[in-house]
Design a protein around this ligand. Structure first.
Ligand code: F6R
Length: 608
């Protein structure tokens, strides 16, 4: 969601902060701001819009070697300059940037107003800076600790004080913060991505940690006052910033990276010779796997859609009863968790608050939960302790593409491993494993020869008032994913349905020329889905079929035919999702949307 960056050292801080904010902008981009400490003064500059607008407003010679910055995704209060962070206390001498939500801000605000404080924003955050000011008696850490003691909710905060040049106080509870070690300089960020240009040595703050940061390093203590030391970790190469290369957008680049990201996810894990798969990170013995009674895959948005495919594979291939559930719903329904149940938490960012909440709910009830995560060292990966990294590499575009296919691939590998332990013979395991290993190349081939019919599909979808996406089984998950992409990138109203459900109501929406995208691989449901195509065509729909190459009957029936390579049913999502990713991209482009940073969205959703 929002992003925080901080710097203390000998360099001019503003360019470092702006560079960090640019790298974090994908997390939130309503507005941005920075506060720089120079000559005992806190100077704040904030702007509505992208970081570029802020950069244009920052004087090139802005002095000061201690600073904090923030890029915002609005929760409390509209997108205005006064609501942008950092916020200042009434004397303009303390600046504070905050990620998260202060749930009891209304009561705190009323009390502060009674005491004479005048608020300058509509945010929940502003109460915090006034509280820090109220408790400040020369000890910055004590004041922040005291103020946070009154807060209910989540926070990652960074605070600077006019009379403590060279010091940042940072604290975390539910909203990540990482401190980076430089040479005579120290960095702070809500996401290691912001630090990768400066340092690889980082320390992740844990919930209820408070850190005093200066140019020489940091000291960390617990909110209750106890001392603590945290291990310095070294960021892996995946954090290297590769930019957009020759691609016009990160989304297009990430779509085209899928052959490599999939290969990375599968490499060394699928072992065709043994007809199985190796996933050491899961920390499950064959006996543990044999004893699993039920698997629930948890996730949100795209990760939930990958989870639907994963659950189908766990049941279809490994014969373990399995389901997928939206994490935000799961965590509040007081789920029954048995001793032999297994939970898989799927998340690209590893920071999604709803998924993290679901993980904690499982753990509170003594259940076993493993992460299926992209970002190494992220909160979900750390809280789970064990799991699978999907290794798709940094995903910068807000719309998830390569993470989806890697999540599906990782879940298929886990299903193969469980299947081999429980029910699958070596031959069937080998066949499935070899087919999986061949997927990256087939994805590359398809992307290299994108069918021209995709342009007709884009035209139909951008002209239609409403688009239906239909599919059955795992293809329903693909339909859901295609619809989500088209909504978020092109803002085209659309809806995904299991194809057979159409006749139970939604078919009433079909009108002359309504575009209906049908994901129809050549599997056991093909003939039944063909009947649905007939039914919607009979009512005037224009059908775009994503079908198996060579299925001429399907191609003939559709108005627009988009063939994808033949694959085993559980593997089809890795191929049939490709045209839907590109369709959303091209539709967004045709409609002039901000492809990598669609309106109202943020990359990692760290608030409930
Ligand atoms: C859609 C999208 C979101 C995320 C969802 C979960 O393109 O990116 O729906 O999939 O917010 O995020 P992660 O996977 O980071 O938990």
């Amino acid at each position: 969601m929002c992003g925080i960056v901080g710097y203390v050292g000998e360099r001019r801080a503003a360019p470092v902060i702006l560079d960090g904010l640019r790298r974090l902008e994908y997390r939130g981009y309503d507005s941005a701001g920075l506060a720089v400490l120079a000559a005992d003064q806190v100077q704040t500059i904030r702007r509505v819009g992208h970081v570029a607008a802020l950069a244009a407003a920052v004087p090139g010679d802005l002095a000061g070697t201690t600073a904090i910055g923030h890029t915002r995704w609005a929760t409390h209060g509209g997108v205005t300059e006064s609501n942008a962070h950092p916020h200042l206390d009434s004397t303009n001498r303390i600046a504070l940037a905050h990620n998260g939500i202060i749930e009891n801000h209304t009561g705190l605000r009323a009390r502060l107003e009674e005491e004479g404080v005048t608020f300058r924003s509509d945010t929940d955050t502003e109460v915090l800076v006034h509280l820090v000011r109220k408790f400040y008696d020369g000890d910055p850490e004590a004041a922040v600790r005291h103020a946070l003691g009154l807060i209910q909710g989540t926070y990652g905060v960074a605070v600077i004080f006019w009379d403590h040049p060279g010091v940042i106080i940072a604290a975390r509870n539910g909203s990540p913060l990482v401190v980076g070690k430089g040479n005579g300089e120290t960095f702070l960020a809500s996401d290691p991505h912001a630090l990768s240009a400066h340092t690889r040595e980082v320390v992740y703050l844990e919930d209820r940690d408070i850190a005093r940061i200066d140019a020489r390093g940091w000291s960390i203590s617990r909110m209750d006052g106890g001392g603590v030391s945290r291990v310095v970790e070294v960021l892996g190469e995946e954090w290297e910033d590769e930019g957009r290369g020759d691609y016009s957008h990160h989304m297009l680049k990430e779509i085209h990276e899928q052959p490599e990201s999939l290969a990375r996810c599968l490499r060394g894990r699928v072992v065709p010779d043994q007809g199985g798969a190796r996933l050491g990170g899961l920390d499950l013995t064959p006996r543990d796997i044999a004893g699993i009674r039920h698997i629930t895959v948890l996730g949100c948005g795209t990760s939930f859609h990958a989870g639907l495919v994963g659950a189908a594979a766990m049941e279809g291939l490994a014969r373990i009863p399995a389901s997928a559930e939206i994490a935000s719903e799961f965590r509040y329904r007081n789920p029954v968790i048995g001793p032999d149940d297994l939970f898989l938490a799927v998340s690209q960012s590893g920071e999604t608050a709803d998924t993290l909440g679901a993980v904690k709910e499982v753990q509170v009830k003594g259940g076993k939960v493993l992460g299926v995560v992209n970002v190494v060292g992220s909160s979900i990966a750390r809280v789970c302790g064990h799991g699978v990294y999907v290794h798709s590499g940094p995903e910068i575009a807000v719309a998830s593409t390569k993470a989806f296919t890697s999540q599906v691939a990782a879940l298929l590998v886990a299903s193969l491993s469980f299947a081999r332990t429980r029910v699958l013979g070596p031959h069937e395991g080998k066949v499935f494993g070899e087919e999986l290993l061949a997927v990256p190349e087939r994805v590359g081939e398809w992307l290299a020869s994108e069918p021209s019919s995709l342009h007709d599909a884009v035209e139909l979808c951008t002209k239609g008032k409403f688009v239906f996406f239909l599919g059955r089984g795992v293809s329903h998950a693909v339909a859901l994913e295609g619809a989500l992409k088209l909504k978020e990138v092109a803002y085209v109203p659309c809806m995904a349905y299991p194809a057979a459900e159409m006749k139970h109501g939604p078919i009433a929406l079909i009108d002359r020329n309504t575009p209906v995208i049908v994901v129809i691989p050549d599997d056991v449901m093909r003939d039944k889905t063909l009947s649905t195509i007939q039914e919607v065509r009979a009512r005037g729909a224009r059908v775009i079929a994503i079908h198996t190459a060579g299925d001429s009957a399907c191609a003939k029936l559709a108005d627009v035919s988009i063939p994808v390579p033949r694959a085993s049913p559980l593997i089809t999502p890795l191929l049939s999702v490709l045209p839907l990713q590109l369709l959303a991209y091209r539709a967004g482009l045709a409609l002039g949307r901000d492809i990598d940073r669609p309106r109202n969205l943020a990359k990692s959703v760290t608030v409930e």
